[in-house]
Write a protein that binds this ligand. Sequence first.
Ligand code: ADP
Length: 451
Amino acid sequence: MSKIFSAELKKFESPTTLEQAVSGLWRIDEIILSTTDIKTLSEKIANVMLEELDYLKFGYIIIVLSLLDRSKKKLKRVSISKTEFAEKALINSPLPFEKITFDMNDKENLPVKALLENVPYVTDDLSDMLYPAIERDLVRNVQKKLGVLTSVTFPIYSKSSPLGTLIFSMNKKEELITDFEKQILIGFTNAAGIAIEHAVLFKKLNEANDKLKSLDKQKDEFLSMAAHELRAPMTAIKGYVSMVLEGDTGDIPEKTRGFLADTSNITDRLIRLVNNMLNVSRIEEGRMVYQMEEENLSSVVRTIFNQFTPEVERKGLKYDLEIPNEIKDKVMVDPDRIQEVVGNLLSNAAKYTDTGFVKVKLSQPEKETVRVEVIDSGPGISEVEQKKLFQKFHRVESNVGKTTGTGLGLYICKLLVEKFNGKIGINSVVGKGSIFWFELPLVTDASSNSN
Ligand code: ADP
């Protein structure tokens, strides 16, 4: 018959020394708390006491872990220790182990009762642990064969929520279970509770993470597909507008020319934006194909500088380009990509500067480096914000709302400049303006000969 398992400390009769037991418990804690996969953890919980603390020696022959399936209100067997006794029990069981399940209304079942009441129970009748899933007589027969004399069931709780139960079956009488042993069982069950809760949380976190990753991938795919579809029509618009502007369709009135020039600028901006969107996924996924060539950086800068002349001058800004005559400027880059870098920096300077000037300057800070600076008298960026610039989707708080943008331009500039073995940065003072710069290694005669 079942009765409440008393956990009071009576007399000190340990199967081992206190020191050994405590260190064993520590070892068990370490093993099970470091396991995050619920299946492996369940197996460890059922085996670790027998393997690590050698409890077979003290008459413990089978340990069984059951977990509560909250949605179905069922207590399910999940793991059993790998002892020859357990093997024998499994062979003699009319039900496969994983099918042994109890409804939480099966109050005659001792583990269910223990879990509902959050109290440990002990019995000399093993069928208390298995009825009604398996007939009592069948269980009692197997119990005889195995020589099980006592079984203890402990509820496993985490804080106040029930998680499952542990059953310890042994071939010694209840009176021989020392109080000290009982304390160990309680400590072990508590550790199992914490470990199971960890593993469940870890599983949930992993699932949420996988879901986020898949959503992120879907978003990237959509972005890339949408950008791809937008690019062709925009390039067509740009082509037709420049044909009209260049007089291919005859003379156009001055006012129309102004509107068309604006259309052309806006289209350029859209194309830049779409290119950024396409580039970001290509670079991140390693799909970007770089056509590396030796290129004169001054001519790239000059071309892009000229493209922005109408836009910057229409804003009434002073617009200058400074390229020293004697400058060395041969770099190894993908010309289209480096044009995008300069274009993104100049586009920002033009976009964020309302009064004053925009200036582009080339210099050679070191013998083997060329530097491009895009200088403006715009709003500037605080030191705190500067630290976050160049991150994906980052937009400066004070600018959000005033201007449209994606926060991709600088991120891509950084990825590309670093791809070409260069570096990029900013010097800025709020209220005064910004200098966005990048530096690339020069192709020296020695390095170009060796290539
Ligand atoms: P976007 O311009 O599309 O927002 P960017 O990555 O090019 O994205 O720029 C990130 C942020 O950096 C911008 O939102 C803006 O707030 C700030 N920024 C970039 N260039 C300048 C500049 N020249 N002056 C002031 N702020 C700038």
